[in-house]
Write a protein that binds this ligand. Structure first.
Ligand SMILES: CCCCCCCCCCCCCCCC(=O)SCCNC(=O)CCNC(=O)[C@H](O)C(C)(C)COP(=O)(O)OP(=O)(O)OC[C@H]1O[C@@H](n2cnc3c(N)ncnc32)[C@H](O)[C@@H]1OP(=O)(O)O
Length: 244
């Protein structure tokens, strides 16, 4: 029983990190679970924080954007900066088919694809920052050895996964629950395995239920273009998203 409560509490924390979800998931039961005091509110692992596998380039870029999440005014007061780091967990809320009951929220073996390998640095190491004002995001991504496609380079499917995740998270941030309807990718130059790259996404337009996002992947110093993509996300109801 205690285990289930802790699990559900983690799920609520994970979803609660998205601003749209913060306003939309206002069900009293969910609010109560996510604000439970210790020991029920045990912190889940935030995968987007630095770890020992991060290259110096990745760490430098992280510090660059992270330092702009909070700025100091002339009076020495701290206030929110232009960027916001998005925490990242390996679980998502899962509703059971046929009914929304708190006890059935969690499908115990389900894990977010990009966060399901525990060894630090082996696969997808990334952290994403959002600039709300400019409606753009940046993701610092270091591709681990398990993501090999062509010898010594990153698999195109892994690159597509990262583009879908970054543009999908960006679209969710802007529009609430969405699903990818279309993703077009042009691979311009291979990404060396183990290197750190930047994924930058921006919103092109919003038309009714449609959110159009474009994304480019470049080397860490932005000098080399690796990949370009455009994506279309359609706003969906929570029940469509959860397959109910
Ligand atoms: C996100 C949740 C947060 C949870 C918190 C966890 C945080 C962790 C973040 C991780 C982030 C990962 C993000 C991954 C995101 C995926 O990868 S989602 C998985 C891959 N996508 C899918 O499986 C979607 C499968 N397709 C579908 O379900 C349905 O086709 C869709 C996309 C919902 C659209 O169906 P529909 O709602 O019935 O729409 P429909 O009426 O057919 O069309 C509406 C309009 O869109 C147009 N349209 C539809 N499809 C297309 C298309 N392919 N091309 C062009 N136009 C199209 C139609 O022409 C129509 O246009 P108008 O006539 O209105 O101008």
């Amino acid at each position: 029983m205690l285990r289930s409560i802790v699990r559900i509490s983690r799920v609520c924390q994970s979803l609660g990190s998205l601003p749209y979800v913060q306003t939309q998931l206002g069900h009293p039961a969910v609010r109560t679970m996510s604000t439970l005091p210790w020991p029920f509110n045990s912190a889940p692992r935030d995968f987007s924080l630095p770890n020992s596998s991060w290259s110096s380039e990745m760490t430098r870029l992280y510090e660059h954007y992270n330092s702009q999440c909070e700025v100091e005014t002339e009076d020495g007061e701290k206030q929110r900066g232009p960027w916001r780091r998005l925490p990242s967990y390996n679980r998502s809320l899962k509703y059971a088919k046929g009914g929304v009951y708190l006890s059935k929220f969690v499908q115990s073996k389900a894990r977010l694809f990009t966060r399901n390998i525990k060894t630090a640095g082996a696969a997808f190491e990334y952290v994403m920052f959002i600039n709300k004002e400019e409606q753009r995001s940046v993701c610092i991504f270091q591709a681990g050895h398990l993501l090999e496609g062509p010898p010594g380079h990153v698999h195109g499917g892994a690159i597509a996964t990262m583009i879908d995740s970054v543009t999908g998270t960006h679209a969710t941030y802007l529009s609430g629950p969405v699903m990818t309807a279309n993703l077009n990718i042009n691979y311009r130059s291979p990404i060396p395995l183990g290197s750190t790259v930047l994924l930058e996404s921006c919103m092109d337009k919003k038309e009714g239920r449609k959110t159009f996002i474009s994304c480019k992947v470049t080397s860490a110093d932005s000098s080399k273009l690796h990949t370009e993509a455009t994506a279309l996300f359609l706003s969906v109801s929570v029940s469509h998203l959860l397959g109910m």
